[in-house]
Design a protein. Structure first.
Length: 292
């Protein structure tokens, strides 16, 4: 691709990212912990948490907020740490890599409104036919059911519809660009791959994917099938554990009664106190019987 055309395409993609930021920050969306240097709770209270994923192959940019460099040397396949932003207006400027406010007019400039208490990721990526585009996703930071992990897959690649598999079994079927699908799954490390929808033809992977309890793992399938640049990128949101009391005690017949030790564990200190009292009473009865 000629450099001038590539630069123009780069500016268009970056400009779309800037234009879509306000859409990516829905009012009232739940905020929560995220992987990366997001700052302390005091630092982020009342702010929006915004991550940006660069999923357009072959393009590098510098992004500024006013005269302050926000994202330097932003390379394809890079996901920023969540950035805590105060609610308000931001004048975002996008320059070709290595350029900045002192080098003249930016390639694209847009003032956006950032809304309070939101958590979002903006993805600059390719459409199914290879056209650069922007998709904005609100990140689900609600509580994850006890004993489970939340998994989301976002199709942002120049590729047809796909199925996403874990250990050879389809978790999500017929996922098209730029759709996303989510589910609560058992925690653990799984071997994940992406196949063409309805087939066993592997497009991406396999790759080990660790899914931790109480976290939300977001997987981006990005790149271009035509250019043989398909890849996976993961984002982890944490701090969404449910209360310990919500952990299931067991399944099936064990819940109906019988010798179920998890019932004592669920009772906690009260169960231990009853058990101890019973042991003391039994010991006293035995001692009295021996005296007589």
């Amino acid at each position: 691709m000629p450099y001038s055309r590539k630069t123009a395409l780069l500016a268009a993609v970056a400009g779309s990212c800037v234009l879509g930021l306000s859409a990516a920050l829905p009012a009232g969306a739940a905020s929560g912990g995220s992987a990366g240097a997001a700052g302390s709770t005091a630092d982020t209270q009342g702010k929006a948490m915004v991550s940006v994923f660069h999923g357009v192959p072959g393009m590098t940019v510098d992004v500024y907020a006013g005269d302050k460099e926000l994202i330097p040397d932003f390379e394809p396949g890079t996901l920023t740490d969540p950035m805590p932003l105060q609610p308000g207006s931001y004048d975002l400027k996008v320059f070709p890599d290595g350029s900045g406010p002192g080098d003249g007019k930016p390639a694209m400039e847009k003032t956006v409104e950032v809304r309070k208490g939101s958590n979002a990721t903006v993805a600059a990526h390719l459409s199914a036919d290879g056209t650069p585009k922007l998709s904005a996703y609100a990140n689900d930071t609600s509580k994850v059911p006890a004993g489970e992990s939340r998994l989301t897959v976002r199709h942002v690649a120049a590729a047809p519809a796909v199925d996403v598999r874990a250990d050879g079994k389809a978790v999500f079927r017929d996922l098209s660009n730029p759709q996303e699908k989510s589910a609560e799954v058992a925690p653990g490390t799984v071997s994940a791959d992406v196949v063409l929808a309805g087939t066993d033809q592997v497009a991406i992977g396999p790759a080990d994917l660790p899914l931790e309890e109480g976290t939300h793992t977001v997987v981006y399938a990005w790149g271009s099938a035509e250019d043989d640049s398909l890849a996976l990128k993961t984002q982890t949101l944490s701090g969404m554990h449910s209360a310990p009391g919500g952990v299931p005690a067991g399944e099936g017949d064990a819940m109906a009664g019988g010798n179920d030790s998890t019932a004592w564990l669920a009772a906690g200190g009260a169960g231990a106190a009853v058990l101890a009292a019973g042991a003391v009473l039994t010991a006293r009865r035995r001692a009295a019987a021996q005296e007589h």
